[in-house]
Design a protein around this ligand. Structure first.
Ligand code: SAJ
Length: 406
C-alpha cells in the first residue's frame, strides 16, 4: 500500500492516478475539511480530468483519512512554502511529515519526497530528521526525491505523459520507486542521485522564467519604439531555432516565480542572468499600471474606480491565485497608497481582495476600462459584452475586439 501525504494540487492527482492505475492507495491530509470533502466525493479544486480519475480511484477502493498509515512506501507532497523576505523555502512541513511517517512506518520503508525543494534541502534538512530519530538511511529508511513536473490545467495528461526524475542515493530505492511510477507514467523515468534531482527541478523552472523574461523585455522594447511585439515574435519564431514565449502581465504561481530565487540565494555572484530575469518578470505588473495610466490619459478617463482587472488567478483556466500578477499589481498599488481596483475572476469563488466581484455582468457595468490579466476561456466566450469598453489586453486573449496591448 502507498500512503500519499498531503492532498493538494499535486498530492491529490498523484494519489488518484496511482489508485486508478491499480495501486492500493491511502491519501492522508491533516486538514479535516479536505478529508470530509473527499470522502463525500467532492474535489477541493478545479482541474480537467480529475473527476473522472476520482471515480476510477474510488472504485478501486482507495480512501482518504487524516491518519498516517503503517506501510512501507510513502509519497510526500506537502507544501514547501516560500519565505518572501529571505527568498528561502520553509522545510518544516516536509520535516513534520517525515517525523509522522517515522512514527508509524514498517521496519523498512521508502519515503519519496515529491515537494519541490531547493538544492541541498534533502541533505541539510531532511536526512538529519531521520538520523535524529535513530533510523539508518539505506537500511531502515530509503529516501527518494522525485520532483513533480505537472502543469496545472493539464495535470492528468502530464502525469501520464511527462518523463519523470527519480533521485535516489541507493539503487534499490530508485528501482523500487520506478516500478511504482511505471504503473501510470508512459514516458521515460530517469534515475539519478538526490542532489541532481533537486537541482534539475529548479533548473527547469528557472529556464522557463528566463525565457518568459526575454519575451517580457521584448514587449517593453517594442512599446518604447512603437513596434508590435507580437508581430516581431511571430516572425522571429519562423526561424527553425527560435521559439520566443508570450509576454504577459508578470509571472505567478508557486513554482516559476519562486524556484529561481533558490539559485540566486545559494549561488550569489554566479546568477546574474537568473536574477535579472526575475527582476524583469517582477517589473511587469508595474508596467501594466504604466500602460493603464497612459491609456487613461489618451482616452480622457480620470476615474480610477472605473478600472477593472479581469483575472485573479496566476494563469488561464485555473483557480490558483498564488503569487498571481494581479495580486502583485494590487500590492504595488497599496505600496503607493492608491485605492484598490475592482477585480473579477470566474474561477475564484472566495473573497481574497477588497473590491472583488462575483457577478461578471455587474463587474462589466461598473467599469469603463478593463485590464485582461488572465486569458481564461470565459473572457473569450463573453467577448461581445465588452463592445463599448476600453480594453487593455495583456494576454492577447481577444481576437475580434479593438484593444490596447502591453
Ligand atoms: N507565462 C507567461 N508567458 C508564457 C508562459 C507563461 O507570462 O509564455 C506565465 C503564466 O501566465 C504564469 C507563469 O508564467 O503566470 C507560469 O505559468 P506556466 O504555465 O509556465 O507554469 P506553471 O507555474 O503553471 O508550472 C510550472 C511548469 N514548469 C515548467 O514548465 C518548466 C510545470 O511543469 C511544473 O510542474 C510547475 O511549474 C511546478 O510545480 O514546478
Amino acid at each position: 500500500m502507498i500512503n500519499v501525504i498531503g492532498l493538494g494540487y499535486i498530492g491529490l492527482p498523484t494519489a488518484l492516478m496511482l489508485a486508478a492505475s491499480g495501486n492500493e492507495v491511502v491519501g492522508t491530509d491533516l486538514k479535516k475539511d479536505t478529508i470530509e470533502m473527499l470522502n463525500k466525493g467532492q474535489i477541493p479544486f478545479e482541474e480537467k480530468g480529475i473527476p473522472e480519475l476520482f471515480e476510477k480511484a474510488v472504485n478501486n477502493r482507495s480512501h482518504f483519512t487524516t491518519e498516517y498509515q503503517k506501510t512501507n512506501m510513502y509519497i510526500i507532497t506537502v507544501p514547501t512554502p516560500y519565505v518572501r523576505a529571505s527568498k528561502k523555502i520553509d522545510p518544516t512541513y516536509v520535516q513534520a511529515s517525515i517525523n509522522s511517517v517515522l512514527d508509524v512506518c514498517e521496519k523498512v520503508a521508502v519515503i519519496v519526497v515529491e515537494s519541490t525543494v531547493s538544492p541541498g534541502t534533502i541533505d541539510k534538512f531532511v536526512k538529519p530528521v531521520i538520523h535524529d530519530r535513530g533510523f539508518v538511511l539505506g537500511k531502515d529508511v530509503y529516501l527518494v526525491h522525485a520532483p513533480e513536473r505537472i502543469l496545472p490545467g493539464n495535470m492528468v495528461y502530464e502525469l501520464r505523459h511527462n518523463s519523470r526524475t527519480i533521485g535516489a542515493d541507493e539503487q534499490y530505492a530508485g528501482e523500487k520507486v520506478k516500478e511504482v511510477y511505471e504503473t501510470f507514467c508512459e514516458s521515460e523515468i530517469v534515475i539519478t542521485d538526490i542532489r541532481s534531482a533537486e537541482m534539475s527541478k529548479v533548473v527547469e523552472n528557472t529556464y522557463r522564467d528566463i525565457n518568459i523574461a526575454f519575451a517580457n523585455e521584448l514587449a517593453k522594447i517594442a512599446r518604447s519604439d512603437d513596434l508590435d511585439v507580437y508581430e516581431i515574435i511571430r516572425i522571429a519564431n519562423k526561424h527553425p531555432r527560435v521559439n520566443i514565449l508570450n509576454p504577459g502581465p508578470g509571472v505567478g504561481g508557486h513554482c516559476i516565480s519562486v524556484d529561481p530565487w533558490f539559485l540566486v540565494g545559494d549561488y550569489p555572484g554566479l546568477t546574474n542572468l537568473i536574477l535579472t530575469a526575475r527582476h524583469v518578470n517582477d517589473s511587469m505588473p508595474e508596467h501594466v499600471l504604466e500602460r493603464v495610466h497612459d491609456i487613461m490619459e489618451e482616452k480622457g478617463l480620470t476615474d480610477l474606480s472605473k478600472v477593472g482587472l479581469y483575472g485573479l488567478s496566476y494563469k488561464a483556466n485555473v483557480d490558483d491565485t498564488r503569487e498571481s500578477p494581479t495580486l502583485q499589481l494590487l500590492e504595488n498599488m497599496r505600496k503607493h497608497l492608491a485605492p484598490e481596483l475592482r477585480v473579477y475572476d470566474p474561477y475564484v469563488k472566495t473573497k481574497i481582495v477588497e473590491k472583488q466581484y462575483f457577478d461578471f455582468d455587474k463587474f462589466i457595468d461598473d467599469v469603463d476600462l478593463i485590464v485582461i490579466m488572465v486569458n481564461h476561456d470565459h473572457i473569450k466566450e463573453h467577448e461581445t459584452q465588452l463592445a463599448d469598453k476600453v480594453i487593455l489586453d495583456t494576454q492577447r486573449a481577444l481576437e475580434n475586439t479593438e484593444v490596447y496591448y502591453i
